[in-house]
Design a protein around this ligand. Structure first.
Ligand code: ASP
Length: 352
């Protein structure tokens, strides 16, 4: 960019690189969570109220953000993420979608509670048809705690969203220096700052505001996804519920959900998504009534094999592949907006 100054009647011209003047515009979309939490004292790292600090205060607390990007803030929600329903999920997706449509917005950072961050990330990964960077970030310690992890996480998230290298890589989760893919990251530790993990590893790292990449996702996301927030009406998704398996379980929960209108039930099965002998007849019967049965696993890593443990082809059941039960809920709810056919649902589980 050419900049011209007049000094004592003389014109001084300098040729400067564009990026020394115009920084990429990153919007921080705040939704609440611990990253916006406040405790009674600095030693309260685990006892605090989530979703207290407004977005502008989060941004102002890190003056170094200005070195990375032209940052603005939007307060989309102010809640703890365990209370997010499909209504909030859809609302956040619509807000992110309209922000990314603005030509001057380079990317968005969504500050979010860590409890269900992976679900919102995966949902956005499936419904936002944009290759602009979308980065979710949280914190395990409130903003008021000693060694709060939120500021550095947010700094790295803004660096990532401002970078050109994050374009077209799918929705990303930035936690504890690591860049994760929305589809396979999960909150795996509920008390320490290295709370997020993916069984397939991180995609890369952000160190001192610089991005380093090591892997890419081979599944469909964003512009390659058949789902689009612009085609979803209203503030609810198809009703999909999860039942957690254990020894001595009874079929009551499945029957209650079916009675109350569930269109699909995710079976968070033991091991390879296995189903206890006393539960099999109930799941067969519900499938025959038109309720989709998706076998996932309560085990954090691995993937559920089709027709192993149970004859899925014979029963018309679906397997969740490597998606955990909560992500299987998200994909099944979206899948049901397109099809009620178990074979088509299964194809979606292989592809996303
Ligand atoms: N319960 C909080 C939430 O998900 C926890 C967190 O943000 O770490 O909003």
């Amino acid at each position: 960019m050419r900049k011209t100054w007049s000094v004592l009647g003389l014109s001084l011209s300098l040729l400067l690189p564009l990026n020394s003047w115009a920084k990429n515009h990153v919007v921080v979309v705040a939704t609440g969570g611990t990253i916006a939490g406040a405790g009674a004292s600095a030693s309260n790292s685990a006892t605090y109220t989530a979703a207290k600090v407004p977005v502008q205060q989060l941004i102002n607390a890190i003056p170094q953000l200005k070195e990375l990007a032209d940052v603005s803030g939007v307060q989309a929600l102010q809640i703890a993420s365990e209370s997010i329903t499909d209504k909030e999920l859809l609302s956040v997706a619509r807000q992110v979608n309209s922000l990314l449509k603005k030509p001057d917005v380079h990317g968005v950072v969504i500050t979010h509670g860590t409890d269900t961050l992976e679900e919102t990330a995966f949902f956005l990964n499936l419904v936002i048809a944009s290759d602009k960077p979308i980065v979710l970030v949280g914190a395990m310690r409130p903003a008021t705690a000693l060694s709060a992890d939120g500021p550095l996480n947010l700094y790295s998230a803004v660096a990532l969203a401002a970078s050109d290298s994050a374009r077209g890589k799918g929705v990303l989760v930035m936690m504890n220096d690591n860049i994760y893919a929305a589809r396979d990251v999960s909150k795996s530790i509920n008390i320490h700052t290295d709370a997020f993990q993916s069984q397939w590893g991180a995609l890369g790292s952000v160190v001192e505001g610089k991005t380093y990449w090591f892997r890419q996702v081979s599944k469909r996301f964003n512009q390659q996804s058949e789902f689009n927030i612009e085609n979803i009406q209203g503030d609810q998704l198809p009703n999909v519920q999860i039942v957690y398996a254990a020894t001595n379980m009874s079929p009551d929960a499945y029957l209650a959900y079916a009675k109350n209108g569930a269109q699909a039930i995710i079976h968070a099965g033991t091991g390879n998504g296995s189903v206890a002998a006393q539960i099999v007849p109930t799941l067969k019967q519900l499938q025959q009534q038109g309720i989709q049965i998706v076998r996932a696993s309560r085990v954090a890593a691995g993937f559920v094999l089709r027709n192993a443990e149970q004859p899925d082809d014979q029963y018309g059941w679906v397997v969740a592949h490597d998606l955990n039960p909560q992500k299987a809920r998200i994909l099944t709810a979206l899948a049901l907006t397109k099809s009620k056919d178990a074979k088509q649902l299964q194809t979606m589980f292989w592809e996303y």
